[in-house]
Design a protein around this ligand. Structure first.
Ligand code: GTP
Ligand code: MG
Length: 371
């Protein structure tokens, strides 16, 4: 079966269409950029370019771009874990993020927190770097994952000790399990007189999360976002979990990252908060982000300070975009402007078609509902 157009394949590999046509020609396959080739041929081409192909189904392949520049082979170094906090409404997700941020050793040195962006990194008193994603709604977590923007390494499940497991806690558990993310439970609000951490642990059992002190492997840390109690334990537990996971990335290559949030700001233009996943993003780099492109004019860290570069697991604000990308969009550094425009135009067109198709469905539904 015919599987993929030459252009789409080139795009997925972030290679030039012309180069793919040439490679096909060498393999004895005559195809133009708009023609469709079968999955077997596509797989060969992918390997020809040094990428790794993964067969998703009989007629679709997934391309492991990261392998192209040796992420699996050379130059790997440890990277900080990326942590997402989830839990029921009012159980203290935002308070906990704020409280954890206040423990940042580096921020204290720099004289406090000046900026709020969608992600931040702290250095714990024992010297571990941890990257926190500002709690997306549970739906956003699933949506990002569905789009391949699966940036979370560890899920912190916040459960208020005075309230216990509630509807959205259960939801969060199932999202974390579906995503196969390790869960650390932060039993929050233990400063409250009515706090009952043991009840929380018993309730966890009902959702097949067995706490460590009950013979299982789920770490539960009692904390208070208000008094700061237990935050050091929570940070150490996260660092320990991260160590077990041996999280690594190649920082010595063109950057790839994910847009965590993006907005149009007066006087600054389009600004995107990007979490770098691999490689190092530098001022002057030419990139594509979703269907937008640009050249990095400035990078700002989570304290609003200008920085020259950002490595794996580091969140940065990126200035210099042609337009505003969407949360979950992938940012890729490319070799030159021409390539950036090519990829951006292709993605633009693809999105337009998707939107048109969706509109088409919409009107059809409307028509049907009137019958
Ligand atoms: P949503 O974003 O609305 O889902 O809530 P959230 O989970 O972010 O909770 P948030 O941090 O807004 O906290 C909800 C309320 O609980 C606020 O009034 C907090 O001051 C309070 N709170 C959070 N953590 C603690 C804690 O450790 N102890 C006490 N006593 N109160 C807390
Ligand atoms: Mg909140």
């Amino acid at each position: 079966p015919e599987a993929i157009t030459v252009q789409e394949l080139a795009n997925r590999m972030a290679e030039r269409g012309g180069e793919v046509v040439k490679a096909l020609f060498k393999m004895g396959v005559m195809a133009t950029i708009t023609q469709t080739i079968d999955a077997d041929t596509a797989e060969l081409v992918v390997e020809e370019f040094g990428h790794k192909a993964k067969r998703v189904s009989a007629d679709d392949i997934e391309i492991g771009l990261r392998d192209a520049e040796g992420d699996d082979t050379g130059n790997l170094s440890d990277r900080p874990p990326v942590i997402t906090i989830m839990g029921h409404v009012d159980h203290g997700k935002t308070s906990l993020l704020d409280a954890l941020r206040k423990t940042d050793v580096a921020a204290h040195e720099a004289g406090g927190i000046t900026q709020h962006i969608g992600a931040y990194q702290i250095v714990t008193p024992s010297g571990n770097k941890l990257t926190f994603l500002d709690t997306p709604g549970h739906a956003a977590f699933t949506e990002m994952r569905a789009r391949g923007a699966d940036v979370t390494d560890i899920v912190i499940l916040v459960v208020a000790a005075d309230d216990g497991i509630m509807a959205q806690t259960v939801e969060a558990i199932s999202h974390a399990k579906a995503a196969e993310k390790p869960i650390i439970v932060a039993i929050n609000k233990i400063d409250k007189p009515e706090a009952n951490p043991d009840r929380v642990k018993n309730e966890l059992l009902q959702h097949e999360l067995v706490p460590e002190d009950m013979g299982g492997d789920i770490i539960c840390v009692p904390v208070s976002a208000v008094t700061g109690q237990g935050l050091d334990n929570l940070e150490e537990s996260i660092a320990l979990q991260a160590e077990l996971m041996e999280l690594q990335a190649n920082s010595d290559r063109r950057a790839e990252g994910v847009v965590v949030e993006a907005k149009l700001e007066q006087g600054r233009g389009s600004v995107a908060t990007v979490l770098v996943r691999r490689g190092t993003l530098k001022v002057g780099d030419i990139f594509v982000a979703g269907s937008e492109s640009g050249r990095v004019r400035a990078l700002l860290n989570d304290r609003g300070e200008q920085v020259k570069s950002a490595g794996p697991s580091e969140p940065v604000e990126v200035l210099g975009l042609s337009g505003t990308p969407e949360a979950g969009d992938e940012l890729i550094v490319v070799e030159d402007d021409a390539r950036a425009r090519e990829v951006a135009a292709f993605r633009h067109e693809k999105r337009r078609q998707t939107e048109l198709a969706a509109q088409g469905r919409g009107t059809l539904d409307q028509m049907l509902s009137k019958i």
